[in-house]
Design a protein around this ligand. Sequence first.
Ligand code: FUB
Ligand code: ZN
Length: 656
Amino acid sequence: MKLVRENTARSLVLPVAPTRGRLRPLGLDEVRITGGFWARRRETNATATLGHCRDWMERVGWTGNFRAAVEGRIHRDRRGREFADSDVYKLLEAMAWQAGQGDGTALDAGIAELTGTIAAAQEPDGYLNTAFGRPGQRPRYSDLEWGHELYCYGHLIQAGVAQLRARGEGELAKTALRAADHVCATFGPGGIEGVCGHPEIETALVELARATGEQRYLDQAALFVDRRGHGTLADIEFGRAYFQDDLPVRDATVLRGHAVRALYLAAGAVDVAVETGDDALLAAVARQWETTVARRTYLTGGMGSHHRDESFGDDFVLPPDRAYAETCAGVASVMLGWRLLLATGDPRYADLAERTLFNVVAASPSEDGRAFFYANTLHRRSRGTVPSANAQSPRAESGLRAPWFAVSCCPTNVARTLALLPAYLATADDRGVQLHQYADAEIATTLPGGHAVALRVRTDYPHGGRVTVRITRSADHPWTLSLRVPAWAAGATAWLVDADGARRPVAPGTATVTRAFRAGDEIRLELPVAPRWIGADPRVDAVRGTVAVERGPLVYCAESVDLPGGQEVDAVRVDPSAGPEDGPDGTVVVPGELAVADERSGAPWSYRPLGEAADPAERAPGIVLVPYHSWANRGPSTMRVWLPTAEPDSTGAAGI
Ligand code: FUB
Ligand code: ZN
C-alpha cells in the first residue's frame, strides 16, 4: 500500500494531516523537543511509562486475552473490561510514534512482538475483538451501547496510522487496514445502521483515509458522524446524551454527556468537516467548543464534573471537590483543539491546549512515570489512601496516583500524547512558521517555493516567560514568524524584541515578525509570569467566595504538606488584597490565615446567622502554593485550588 503525501503536509510523520485548512501541521521529523519541562516528561514516558504499561497489561491479562482467543479459551479466561483491547492499541500507538523519533530499533521489536499477539486473533474477515463473537461469548455487535467494538478499532487504526507514518508499512498497519475494511463492509451502506456507544472510530477512519488516500474510510467516518444523534442507541439510565445520540452533531450547541465520548466525536466531526468541505459542521463544532469552554470547563482545562457517568455537568456546574476531569478528557480536548486550530488558525485553541497540557496531562503521571491520576480533582478534602502497588485501583482513586486501574484508559492516553507531543508545537502556512506551544525545540521545514527554514527555540517555560527564537537557516526571502501570545498575558505587557533590538508591546493573540531573516537573527517574546489572582464567574456557585492563583500557564494549589502544624488545606483562608508573590523553587506565597483547628472541628453546626463572628483563625506568615501538576508527589495530602477568602472578623481584627 502506498503512503499518500497529503496535499498540504510536507512531512508524513504526523498524527493529524488534513488536506485543507488554515495551517499545515509540522511533523515529528520537522520538530524536535530538546530540553526543559516537556523533554523531561517525554524522557520518563519513553524510558519508564511505555514499559510500565506493557508490564501491567501482561500482568492483568489484557494481552493474554488475545492469546486466549487464539487458543479457544477466551470465553473462560478473558480478563478486564470490554474495552481492554483498546489499551493495548494505545500503547502500540505510543510506541510507534516514539519509534519514529531517534533510534526505534528496540521499540520496533516490541511493536512486532505485540502486533504478532493481536494479529493472531484477527479473524479472516478482519474482525478483531476479544470480548465478542467466539463460542461462549456474546455475538459480534450485539451490544453497540457498551460493547466498544468500534471504539477498539478506532484505537487500532490510530496505532496503524502511527506505524504507517512513523515507521512505514508493517504488520500493525496491515492489521488495522483489515479491521477498517471490515468496518466499512459491516457498517457501510446496506450494513448495520448503527454507531458505537463510544465515538473514536470517526477520527481514526478519517486519518486512515488521509494516510492511504482511500475515500471509503472517509465516507464511512462521515456516515458515522451523520448517523449519531438519531436515537439508534438504547435510552440508557444516563439518557442518550451520554453517548451523544440525543441530537445530531450539527444541531448541538454545547458538548454534553460522557466527556471523552463527546470530545472524540467532536474531533472526528472536525476531521470529516475539513475533508468534505462541510463548513456548517465545522462551525457547529466550533460553537460547541466555545460554549463548553465558557461554561463547562475547569480552571485547569479539565472537562467533566459528574462522577456518576463521567460526564459534563450543566452550565457552570463545576464543583472543585467533585471534579472528575478525567485525564483522557484532557487528552481528547487537546486533540479537538489541535484540529480546530489547524482548520481555523485561531490561537484560542492553542491557549486551551496549553492550559490542559500543563494542568491536566502533566498532572496525571507521577514523577517516575509509573503511577497516574485518572480523575483530576481540584480539591481533595481528606488525605485518602495509598493505592496498592500490586493491584488495580478504582478509577476515581482518592489518594495518590495509582500504578494501574481496573479501567486503565488514562495511562496509555498520556503515553501516546507525550510520544507525539512535538507535533503539537508548530505549524506552517504560505507565509511562514507559527509557534503555538513553547518548549526548547529545533524546528526545520520548507516553505512554499522550496525555501528551507530552521529555528531553535529556547525558553524557561512554564516557570519563566522568556522565549528566544534563533533563526538557524533562512531563505533570502521575507517570511513571517508568528508567536502565540497567551490569553493569560493580558493586563500586563508582553514584549516582542525584534532581531534589530526594537521592542514592542504585544497583546494576547498572535504576534508576528516579517522579514528576510538571516541565520543568527533572534526574536524574543517576553511574557509576564508574575503570579496573579483569579476569580470565577459568579454563576460557578461552587467556588463563590474563593480565589485561585495562576502563574504563567500554571494553575497553583495549596497542599497540606506545605502548611504548618499538620494543618489541612480546608483551614486556609487567603487575602487577595495583597500578593501573590513568587516564593522559592517555583512556589507562590500568598497572605492568609489558618482557621484554629480545635474550634473548627468542635463546631456544632456548619451554619451561623449572618453577621455572627466567623470561626477563629490565626494569621499565617505566608501560605505556600505549588504548581497543581506537581501535587501529591510528596505523600498523601489534602489539596485545593480554589481558596476561600478570609472574612474580616475572623482574627478579631479588621481584615488581615
Ligand atoms: O469507555 C472507555 C473509556 O473508559 C472511556 O473513554 C473512559 O472515560 C473510561 O470510562
Ligand atoms: Zn481515561
